[in-house]
Every structure is written in structure tokens, then in C-alpha cells.
Design a binder for this molecule. Sequence first.
Ligand code: BGC
Length: 763
Amino acid sequence: MTAEQLKEIISQMTLEEKAAMCSGDDFWHTKAVERLGVPRSMVSDGPHGLRKQDQSGDHLGINDSIKAVCFPTACGTAASFNRDLLYSMGQTLGQECQAEDVSVILGPAVNIKRSPLCGRNFEYYSEDPYLATEIATSQIKGVQSKHVGTSIKHFMANNQETRRMSSDSRIDERTMREIYLAAFEGAVKNAKPWTVMCSYNRINGTYAAENKQLLTDILRDEWGFDGYVVSDWGAVNDRVEGVKAGLDLEMPASYGVNDALIVKAVKEGRLDEAVLDKAVERILNIVYRFVENRDETAVFDRDKDHEMARKVAEESIVLLKNDGILPLSETDEIAFIGKFAKKPRFQGGGSSHINSHKVDSAMDMVAGMANITYAQGYDDAEDVIDEKLIAEAVEAAKAAKAAVIFAGLPDAFESEGFDRTHMRMPDCQNKLIEEVAKVQPNTVVVLHNGSPVEMPWVNDVKGILEAYLGGQAVGGATVDILFGRVNPSAKLAETFPLKLSDNPSYLYYIGEGDVVEYKEGVFVGYRYYDKKNMDVLFPFGHGLSYTTFAYSNMKLDKEKMYDTDTLTVSVDVTNTGKMAGKEVVQLYVADKESTVLRPVKELKGFTKIELMPGETKTVTFSLSKRAFAYFNTDLHDWHVESGEFDILIGQSSRNIVCQKTVYVESTVEVFKKYHLNTTIGDIMKDPLAKPFLKDILDACTMIEENSTEGEGLGAAAEEMQEAMMGYLPVRAVISFMDGTMTHEKLQGYIDQMNACHASSMHD
Ligand code: BGC
């Protein structure tokens, strides 16, 4: 439907109908206007499967939804580092929505993993905004290729569950731009999600649901978003302010209460009716975009989609450690230990909870193998050490050639709605692993968890597989990797710190009352651990394979460039092992010298390739301004400082295998005006300003001449004097002179310096 046609419909709507259109009909539907033929449309969670509720609606995953397929959760899909795979998964979700008449699937969720404690980390992609936004872009494009909308969420800085509906995320501008907004930016610009869901929390004092800077200035005016903004369920604080700020649709229904407030505000002249009309137009645009592209032939083939979920799981499982134990032999006696071997934890609790049509456990998948034994080892209902279960497990492990322990976090340890208070696994599971490892040197641990855990037994076991919350087909994918039928290829999308207190947000997470200060700034995840040169348990980007890869022939297409140019980077990757495998080639950029505090390096490119044994492929990256830039808060824009940048190619953030340097010349001059408190040292560095300092510098020389202090002390004292002079604010020279210099005279010099700069910038 064209904009004119939409406007025509809206012109026939009453004020009351328009206000009503801006909130849900019920938990999951937009409203119809029957007399004008406007249809209802349904939205459903999201993000890793379809949670379509036919009967009673809720946003907590409590009431039943239709039988559907649970894909791996975002912590796993991000670890795939595979854009094409996420596109295919998105297509599958889109197809399911078409079959079920769902216009928008509520996801993906791209919030940054600020702390391992966030209860919803399993639904979020990464600690790195570039990875999060790239993976989201692919998933969104996949879903929307089926003419079904997505709702990228939760916009923004919703990084904890504690007091999520009232907390105030206090973030400085640069951190917001480089980390928290950046996770959304690329996806909004490149994938054009049909809708954006604003978050529950406040950002620097203003609720996301009525934050004009976010919903209009940045989202629409800067990034070009053209869909509707929907509130998170119950996120509306002041409905009229929300409409003004750019919040189009309130969900779920407010049962007319907030609609009436909109009507009143228009009647009283506090809300321009044209602003309301625009909100209605944005909602109807998406409703019709879906309705007019309905695919009535689409079917929800659950068994087929289960296979897709398995494919995604295969690439979402990270091989963290392998001391020659994996892959296991299919004929050896092996003890599968742990309740999760029979009942895997494959998804998290809350609004994303899928009513899976079937679940494959690891035990189901080895049902035909007589060489596999089983012992429960622990119970996940309560964290109680059960000596009998442990003794049985130890016996099973002793009798076998190897033991595989399926462990991780039970539901009670992480979920939407609350944050974790520590990073530990249940004591009963840690104890089990410890006891089994004592009797069985060939022990492997398979983990089912949505967020990093401490591993006190890391050195006692030979292999560790991070299976995350891997969706309903996780059992098959895990068994295939254990036996080497599938070569693992996932890489961590987050750092596993050694302990919780190492995490950069540790001191500030979860805030004081409603106030949550993001004091670690841009130093989130590896940006912090690298800067502090800290040891971690497993670094960002880490993940092993059953084959080996060699890197060679790294090339840059230029050694020098302007920040407006594009740099092409290429590198050859060879599979030097005996098994076909996939490799994630990671590209990081490091600013060698900067006047602002910057991370040591940042991920700016990645590609996943498949290589047969002996095969070589050339991987190419294109880097433009943004890859080198930081957000300059004077310019309120991205800026590159002239200088050298290292381009690093890595197998992980801590395993850089080749590097080259490029010089980037800035095309934007940044000039901070001089004033009486500018230091002499700063002015000395500036060839344009330096000449104006002559009189002042003469005066300073005089001080030096007159001074006896430091005489005869040699080079050290001279250095000290020079440094002290450099740090002298211009105004301070008055104190060291004989009264010939005045504030007025000094200000005169400063005005001339500033004027000289202003005219040079216009040249
Ligand atoms: C969650 C959203 C979800 C919505 C609808 C909210 O509680 O934060 O992610 O889409 O409920 O279930």
C-alpha cells in the first residue's frame, strides 16, 4: 500500500480510532478497524523459535504456546560466526511465521553482554557490538526475506534484569555510541528491521519508551529506520510523551486507558494530531506489508526445521579444550554421565520459551550404541551433593575408557527476570566432575549454560565442549561432535573470565537502587581484559577444531590512505590437517597511538570459510573509516586520528597470527579552541599557534634565566623544568613575570591563535 493510500485510510479514521490503533488489541495483536477494512495482525516471540500463544497470553513464557521448534539461543548462534547460517535460520523462522500468520517475530535481541551475570545473556549475542550487529543483520534479512517482520530489541542499554522496568542506565556519549548503540546500528542500517522494540529501562534519566533522542533523532533521522517502534511489554511510562518521542505502538493492550490520554492530549493541544497520524501510518504500513505479501502456501514443517536447528547447533558448539581426547572412538566403552545427558538444558526461561515439538538428548542419539553406559551423577532440581549418585557415576567412569559429563546451569540458575549473583556451577556438579576426573583421566565435560561459568576443574579434564543452550536438536549435534562426525567450528562470542571479580562491570553491576552507572566505559569484555593484560579462562574468539589451519601471504592494498578511502586486506588460509573443517578468520584493528583512551584492539571483520584437507582459500576484507574511528564527543561524530593502525588477523583475540600496518590520514581537522587554561605544551605542538606565543615564551625564558633553582642539577632537572613549563596553563605566566603581561594581553594572543585556526580550516 502506498503512503498516499495509507494517508487516505487515516484521514477517514476518528481521533479515537487513531489513538486506539497505537496500542494492542490484546497481548499479541494490533487492532482492526472493521468499517475501513483494516485487519488485525499478530506478533509473537522470538527470538530463537516461534512462541505463538493461541489462548491466554503472557510475556513470561508461562502459558502454553503452539508446538514449535527451538533453535539454539543467541549465545550459541553468535558463536557460529556464520552469517549465511543465521540467514538460513532466519528464513526458516520467517517461513514458520507465514505458516502461522504471524506478522512480526519479536527478536533478535542484541543487547551487549556487559556482565556474565545478566539473566538474559543466553538471549543476547555478544560482548562485542560488531559481532552482535552482523549476526543480527543476517538473521533479520533471513526472516524478512519471507515477508515477515522482525523486532530488534531491547533498544537499548538493557543489560540486566534487576529492576529492569525502572533502572536508569547512566552511560557517557562515547560508550553509548561505540558499544551499546553500535550493537543496533549496523543491523538497523543494513537489514532494515520492520520494527524496533524499545526497552523497559531509562537511559540517562529518560525511559526508552519516551526517549526522543533514541527513538527519533538517532533511530530515524540518523539511521533511516522506517518501521514502527513497539514498546516492550508494559514499558510505557507516559504514553503521550512516548508518542511525541517516536514510540508508535504500545504493547500489550492498555485497555483504553492510555488511548484516552492520547485523545485528551490532542484535544487540549498538547499533542499535534499530525504526530499521531504519523505513528498510525507507520503501524499500518507494516500491517499491510505483511498482509499484502501473505504466503498462504507456507507450511510449518517441524521435522524439517528440527534438522535446521541441528545444523545450527553443530556450528554453535565451541570446543574449548582438547588435550588429544576428542574425537572419541565410536567403539570404545564410554560412560555418559549427568542428568543433562538425558534431559539437556537447551533453552532459557521467560518470554523466549519454546514449546518444543521434540527434544533430542545425547542419550537418545546413542540409543543404538551398546558401548555407552549412563549414570545420572546429580539432580538439577536442587543443588544438593548426592554421594550415592556420585559413587555410581565414579563406578561407571572407572569401568569405561572415557567419561563424558553433561553439566552446566540448571533453570533456577539463570533466566529472564533475574540476574545471577555468582558465576559458579552448582556445587553438586563441580563435585561430580572432580570425583570422576580423579578416577578417569579421559574425562570430557559438555556444558549447557547461557553464560560463562567458573571452571575450578579446568585442568583436571582433557576436553571441554561448550554446547550453550543449543536448542532442541542439541543432543544430535553434540554426539556428532564428540565422535568426530562433525568438526567443531564455533568461537566464543564472549570472554570467559577466570572469576567474576575480573569482569570490568564487577564494581558497578547491578547498580545502586535504580541507578546503574556504566563506569567501565568502552572497556567491555575483551576490550578490558586486553587493556589490563589479564589472564582469562578462555578469550573472546577462541574455539578449537579437529583440524589445523595455517595463515600466510597477508596483504594490504595500500600502506597509506585517507580516512575516506577503503583498505583491502587479504590473507591465505590453508587447512593443514587431515579433516575438512571450517575456520573463522578474525580481523582486529589496533590504533597504535591515540589522544583518547582506546581499547588495544577491536574486532572489525570476520569470515567463516570451509576448507578440505590441503585446500587454501584467500579471504578478503574491506575496511572503511568506521573500522579506524572512535566516537569524538566534541564533533559528536566518528573520527579517525591521523596515525598508524595495526591490522591484526587472528584465530582468536589472543592468538594473532599475522599483522601489517597502515597509515591513515584524517580528512577532518579537530580543533579545540584555546583559552587561558590551555597549556604551553599543547600550544607548542601546534605550528599555527606557536608563532603567537613568542612574547609569552620570551617571558618564560626570562623566568628560566632568572631562576637559580635546578642549576647544576644536570639533565634530570632540565627535563623537569621543561615538563613543568609544558604543563603551565598560559594564564600562569602572569605570576612569573614582572607585571608586563596582563590577562587582557594574553587573551589577545589567544584570540589571534583561534582566529588563525578558524581561517585555516576554511581554506
Ligand atoms: C520481553 C520481550 C518479549 C515480550 C513479549 C517482555 O517481557 O522483555 O523480550 O518480546 O516480553 O513476550
